[in-house]
Design a protein around this ligand. Structure first.
Ligand code: 9G3
Length: 575
């Protein structure tokens, strides 16, 4: 491996590529790790590939330790398999499809449930051969409508995907726990600041799922976590604890219709009535599997459509269109639960039922009702947890305070149950010769995304600061002036010595000015640096830690000891 920069394909950039919005994309491009081919599609250059390979190596070690077996499945998958699971029609333009020369339909694999289930179906049919966990590290294809954030949301990316097959639910729970624990070891070793969070199983069904989130302000997902216990859930899933606030029961007022010309939003209502947002009912009309539903939450809360979907165990939940509103006698901007047609179902978040003297839309343009009393003026068909958790809410586990953070999803573990095995006939004969569908789990890690997440978490204004365990090299060895024999010779001597000691050394032997070399070294972010400069004649070199900036002049004979000491400290940060 050419570890000399004069030979290495390592084009660093001073300027930021225009399409790079976030720091990891900017730094990965500028440091010569990646180059964009087209939107959402990237080449990993030698420096970036070395980091990818280190992350993959850690993943392999932990997956093998957990008893999973590595395979490699095809990216090209016949449409027939996706028709068996009815996903051929379920997915839209995100699923990359192609025809072969015989005009047969194929997909470029975005994931491999169909392929792996057909593989196991055709090769295992007895409980004696289960449980089994198969995994691969492979390129996935998803035609994102708007690729962004560099490799974080790319159209082609590297995923480790694993699939477990068990004979019982308890077996699946064990497989899931094994993967959950392996993921904690993996992300710890990769040096990420991460949280496992409870997530919603979403379209792929199955019960129980966790996402592994790398904390980052550019993360697309919001995490609700407790400041006192390890509860954490993504916003879709986080459970809300309902605390019935004691309302000083005022005398009951009769319902009143109020003219509110052009007053639609909660903010406008607050201004118009001079009351807090918690005095109003927010009503939103949804299409839930074809049924028109009005969901009610308190004015200072947000409706969570995933929770609404789960309340009805529905497949599709969309906002009702204006046409549908009119067809059901509802008026956009003035929707309310009072006197609605019996074709409309009214459901409400827990907090609504004991609101008093509230104000809601009158289902008539420019009118609201005041002094509304739920249960007297309108009926609630279903009540449940329908709102997004908010910062300051109580932790559903320990009563602590809920805080928000943003995260980048770098891992996701699912209990699939028989969702795929039943449809595809992946069955086994149990001890009594009875045929049963295998119980599956699936487990993904975004390898390329984890690299970008690491850069998001580990950089400063000068560039990347690699954690030791995934750094492309360990030592950046920089002779300041390669035309100076003493400096060049000493650097070559150290190069051999450090490599023989087991360090991965990148030698900057370019005939560049010192400033250029140091700027590039800061950008590339190799953890430890040895500079051979003006004191080479006295066998003195400068050693520097990229992360802290601490530097020390040392005699060459003391360098190895120093590097062993510092590397041990840096390794300890990833354990
Ligand atoms: C598709 C397309 C995009 C997709 C899927 C299918 C996400 C799809 C969910 C999963 C679940 C797990 C195994 C590894 C871990 C994640 N996006 N998912 O099924 F056709 Cl276009 O991939 N699969």
């Amino acid at each position: 491996m050419t570890l000399r920069q004069t030979k290495m394909f390592l084009p660093t950039l001073r300027e930021v590529p225009s399409e790079a919005e976030i720091i990891s994309h900017q730094l990965m491009a500028r440091s010569g790790m990646i180059r964009q081919l087209v939107s959402g599609v990237y080449t990993y250059m030698p420096l970036g590939h070395r980091v990818l390979r280190k992350v993959q190596q850690i993943v392999r070690e932990e997956m093998d330790r957990a008893g999973a077996q590595e395979i490699s499945m095809p990216a090209i998958q016949p449409a027939e398999l996706w028709q068996e699971t009815e996903r051929w029609d379920a997915y839209g333009p995100e699923l990359m499809r192609l025809k072969d020369r015989h005009h047969r339909d194929f997909v470029l694999g975005p994931t491999h449930e169909e392929v792996v289930t057909s593989l196991v179906r055709d090769n295992i049919n007895t409980y004696k051969k289960l449980p089994i966990n198969l995994y691969q590290i492979q390129t996935k294809f998803r035609d994102e409508v708007r690729p962004r954030f560099g490799v974080i949301r790319a159209r082609e990316f590297i995923m480790k995907d694993a699939y477990s097959f068990d004979t019982t639910r308890e077996g699946l729970d064990q497989s899931y726990e094994d993967m959950y624990n392996a993921y904690k070891r993996i992300f710890t070793r990769v040096g990420l600041n991460f949280r496992p969070v409870e997530a919603d199983a979403g379209a792929i069904g199955g019960k129980g799922t966790h996402e592994f989130m790398a904390l980052s302000d550019i993360g697309e997902d919001t995490i609700a976590y407790c400041d006192s216990c390890d509860y954490a859930a993504n916003l879709e899933k986080a459970e809300v604890v309902f605390k019935a606030v004691e309302t000083n029961q005022t005398e009951e007022k009769s319902l009143e219709k109020v003219s509110t010309p052009g007053v639609k939003t909660i903010e406008q209502l607050v201004g118009f009535f001079g009351k807090g947002a918690d005095s109003f009912i927010k009503a939103v009309a949804f299409h839930v599997d074809g049924q028109l539903v009005i969901a009610l939450v308190r004015g200072d809360h947000e409706i969570n459509d995933i929770k609404l979907k789960n309340m009805f165990d529905a497949n599709v939940v969309t906002m009702a269109s204006d046409e549908e509103l009119i067809a059901h006698g509802l008026t956009s901007g003035f929707i309310g639960p009072i006197n609605v047609s019996d074709k409309v179902q009214v459901v409400a978040d827990i907090a609504v039922q004991n609101m008093v003297d509230v104000i809601c839309g009158a289902n008539e343009a420019d009118y609201h009702f005041a002094n509304v009393k739920p249960g007297r003026d309108f009926q609630i068909a279903r009540t449940g947890d329908l709102r997004n958790i908010q910062e300051g809410d109580e932790c559903p586990r320990c009563g602590g305070e809920i805080l928000f953070a943003r995260g980048i999803e770098v891992g996701h573990v699912f209990k699939l149950g028989i969702r795929y095995s039943e449809k595809m006939g992946a069955k086994f004969l149990d001890e009594n010769g009875k045929e049963k569908p295998m119980i599956m789990g699936c487990y993904g890690i975004g390898i390329s995304r984890a690299v970008a997440a690491s850069v998001e978490q580990n950089h400063d204004e000068n560039g990347i600061i690699w954690p030791w365990t995934i750094a492309p090299f360990h030592i950046h060895l920089i002779p300041v002036n390669v035309k100076n024999d003493e400096q060049r010779m000493l650097a070559e001597e150290l190069y051999e010595k450090l490599q023989n000691a087991g360090f991965e050394v990148l030698l900057d032997d370019r005939p560049e000015r010192a400033g250029v070399k140091f700027k590039d070294a800061d950008l590339i972010g190799i953890p430890l640096r040895v500079v051979v400069g003006g004191k080479a004649a006295e066998k003195q070199v400068e050693c520097k830690v990229r992360k802290t900036g601490e530097a020390q002049d040392l005699h060459v004979d003391a360098v190895l000891n120093y590097l062993n000491e510092k590397s041990a400290e840096l390794i300890a940060e990833c354990q």
